[in-house]
Every structure is written in structure tokens, then in C-alpha cells.
Ligand binder design. Sequence first.
Ligand code: CA
Ligand code: CA
Length: 406
Amino acid sequence: MKFLIFIILSLPVFATEPKALLVSPPELREAWAEYVALRAEQGVMMKLVTTTEISEKYEGKDIQEKIRLCAREHIDKHSFHTIILGGDSSGSGGLVPDRDTYHKNMWGNDQDIPSDIYYISPTNWDHDNDGVYGEFTEDREAITYPDGSVAIGRIPVRTAEDIAAYRNKVVSHIAQKPSTELVFTCEVRGAYPKVLNAGLNIIPEVWPTGSVYFLFSDKTSWDGDGAPGSYELSPANLSEQFAVKGMNKWHIHGHGLIDCWVLENRKKFSYDSVRELKNKDQPLVITTVSCFTGQFDAEKDPCITEAMLRQPDGGAVVVIAPAREGKPHLHNPEIDFPLMMREGKLDGTTEVMAGFWAATLGQKKNVGMALAHVKSEQAADAVKSATYHQGICELNLLGDPTLPVR
Ligand SMILES: [Ca+2]
Ligand SMILES: [Ca+2]
């Protein structure tokens, strides 16, 4: 009898083996162990491994390749479904270095783009073995995209204090009452039709119990008796929506730089605005197409989305943002561009963002699986089109990919 009780009590241990792998730099191992303990209490089991342990155990050209091989071993042999990179990257180094892939930019020059999907790929992204990764033609046979079954995310922290701040926000994020509201903001008139299409048609179709609000430069859900757009798209009003009105899901479409989003009347939502956020109990999940707002790998640190993630008692817990220009990706610009401007046809980046909200809110996927799912749906396009390939590579998930939206 005692033996039987022992067996029954032991069963949950087998049922909750970790399926998420958190890669930590050695100096942050202790701080991440506390985070792993919190997530376990919340029902998500994680295994912690340091870059030093990986470096000693795996054979590879560089630390990036070793991390990829470690990730794949956990995925292939032990059914892990999530990989988390627990540190910032800077240039080709940093705490958990990124893998740069190479793409032609708007001006036809080769540009490096940090592409965290490399880490869950079964292939090495350098078919011609020239040390230049992700080249659209030369490396095609060695490039693979997410298939929707494995998620990847990076929490771009630098210090134990950053991890503690993030951990506290994850406590608030999980504890809050789920909100049925999502706010779409747009500062560029030419993008209104596609942002409205996503917010009025695509998302309500799969999320009928929710409401999408609009905060555009000259059209808002809060205009009241004032003129259209009289509720200004300003840092103060955004902060009010986040803290007072409880908006915890935000998509922003408009101009950006590494250190800011540019809002109406050229007002900048920058580090000062982040510090003044009061959304302690409802940290944000953010998608943004704004250029360079997700440039986590720059020497200049933090980028604006990293500032949102590291801000104690406010800001964000998850961000999907372009690491570089975030330009619209179109199959046939001559036909698709006018359709985008007139009828709201979605470009590749907007498709990923709308698909992300549909997958999290409609299909209840966690944030990492939602992004993996939408990228898998674009994989066929990315094989045929260099611009879609770039789009999938430049949109990284910053934050814990195992989190749900709330
Ligand atoms: Ca190559
Ligand atoms: Ca950074």
C-alpha cells in the first residue's frame, strides 16, 4: 500500500518534465534560477543551461552554432517545444550572442539582421560555408523556418536587476484579470486602410468577444463630441490608456527609431515616456512595425522595446518588433502597393502582426507558439521571395515565449 501511494505521489513529477529550455550566461544563472522557480509555480517547467555548459558540451564553429545544436538536441531527443535566450546581444557578441543573417536592404547593400529563429532550425543557414548566414540564394538549402511546433524568444536583459524587474512583471501579468480590449494605434495615414482591415475584420472574426479600439492621428475611439482625432495620439494619452483604461495589448504602426516611436505632431514616445508609465498591474504585450524599435543587438542600449521590457513596475512583458527597417513586404509591389493603400491589403509584416493577435486571442496560443505559427504560414512565401525571407528573419520575439496574452 505504501508503495502504491509512493507511485501515485510520484506521478506528477513525470507529468511535468520541462519542455522549455532557458539559455543563460553563467553570471545570470542564479537570477534566472529564481525566474525558473516562479514559472514552475505558475505551471511552466523550464530547464536552465548556461552558455559555458553549452560551449563545453557541443562541437560547433562558434557559440551560436553550439546553442543551436543544444536546442535541437532538446527538441529532437527530449520533445522540448520552446527555447528561450536569456540575455542581450551586442554586435556579434554579448551575453547570448545573436546569429546575424544577411539581406539586401532598401539601398541594395548587404545588411546584418539578428535572426533568433536560427536557434530552432535543424539546418545551419550557411549552405555555401562562407561564414555569411542566411543568404537568400546561396544558403537556400540550409535555411529552414519555424514549422509552428517549436517556439523561440529572447529576454534581452543585462543584469540580475533586469531579471528581477521582469520576474515581478510576469507575476502581475499572470495575476491580472484578462482584458477583452486591444488598442491599435497608427500615425501614418497611408497605413490606415490595412490597420483598419486588421482591426475591423481579421481580428474580430476570430475574437468575437473582444473589442479593438483605434488611436490614430486623426481618427480615434475616444473622439466623443470633439473633432475626429481630437484625442491626441500622444505619450500622455497612451499612458492613460495603458494604466487607467487597462489596455494591456497594443499594436503600433508608424515611424520609429532605435530609441522611440514617433507619435502625432512628432511627439516622441521615448525613454522619458517609458519611465512615466503607470501600468504596474497590467504590463503590455506589444506588436509594432516601427523601424529599428526592435534593434536589441545595437551598441546603443537599450533600444526602446528593451527599455519597455526592463522598466520596473510598468512597460511590457512581450514585444514583437523589427530589428531593422520593418518595411512593408509585398509579393508584387506594382499591384500590391496600391491595393494596400486603397483597400487595406496586408503586407507581410502586418500579416504577421494580425496573425499573431488572431492566434493568441482566437486560438489561445501562447505568444511564442503564436509567432511560430504565423511564421510557418509564411514559410512558403519566404522560400520564393527574398523580401518575405527578410521579414521572417527581422521580426524577433522579445520576452518569455511561454507567456499567454491576458
Ligand atoms: Ca553563406
Ligand atoms: Ca540591447
